[in-house]
Ligand binder design. Structure first.
Ligand code: HEM
Length: 179
């Protein structure tokens, strides 16, 4: 997993819960890196799980809630770091449809060792309903959910995001209905 994910998690923890909790999250996670991550470095995915788990123990907040909040934080970071990806799209559906074939493709060019999820998207004719299928061995659908929520907000759209789990494989379906 790329270092940016770790540096952003630590930053969110510092700004939401304070420096002391961020320090404890790192210490009590038992991770090798001791909180030292560089944006371009690559670290074991298990470290992310250990950090979020540790934060959950300290704050008594459940993992899905923390991962969703992290997704919303990460959206703000992506917006700041890569504004062009957002400017080229006019709507949330257009943006969300561009992740698999454009954004994450560029990410992979930049970081060939990035561990990216797969998204399949289909938008209905009236353009107010979208199904986004998330597939990844890393089970970060809650993170994806936070990113999707912030996407709607960014494009000033209101809607509901209903999550459906396909028990047959590791895919999660997000049904997005705009109001
Ligand atoms: C400008 C926008 C975006 C950029 C630059 C970006 C970039 C990245 C990067 C660098 C990673 C880490 C890969 C690794 O650590 O190896 C990642 C992972 C991920 N991205 Fe994106 N991303 C963007 C938008 C989104 C959006 C809007 C979603 C959700 C709808 C999304 C879903 C995810 C998920 C869930 C992961 C975690 C890996 C996994 O689940 O397998 N990304 N992305």
């Amino acid at each position: 997993m790329k270092g940016i994910i770790f540096t952003e998690l630590i930053e969110m923890t510092e700004s939401t819960f304070g420096d002391e909790i961020a320090e404890r999250m790192i210490m009590e996670s038992g991770t090798h890196s001791n909180g030292v991550y560089t944006a371009v470095g690559t670290y074991e995915f298990a470290e992310l799980g250990a950090l979020v788990h540790s934060l959950s123990q300290i704050t008594h907040m459940d993992l899905p809630t923390l991962l969703r909040a992290f997704g919303r934080h990460l959206f703000g970071s992506f917006l700041r770091l890569y504004p062009a990806y957002f400017q080229r799209c006019q709507t949330s559906f257009e943006f969300l449809s561009s992740i698999e074939d454009h954004i994450h493709v560029q990410v992979r060019k930049l970081y060939p060792d990035a561990e990216l999820p797969h998204f399949q998207t289909s938008v209905n004719e009236e353009k107010n309903h979208m199904i986004m299928t998330y597939t990844s061995a890393r089970n970060l659908a809650d993170l994806a959910c936070g990113l999707i929520e912030s996407t709607l907000q960014h494009y000033n759209e209101n809607g509901t995001i209903t999550r459906m789990h396909d028990t047959g494989n590791e895919s999660v379906f997000f049904h997005i209905d705009l109001l």
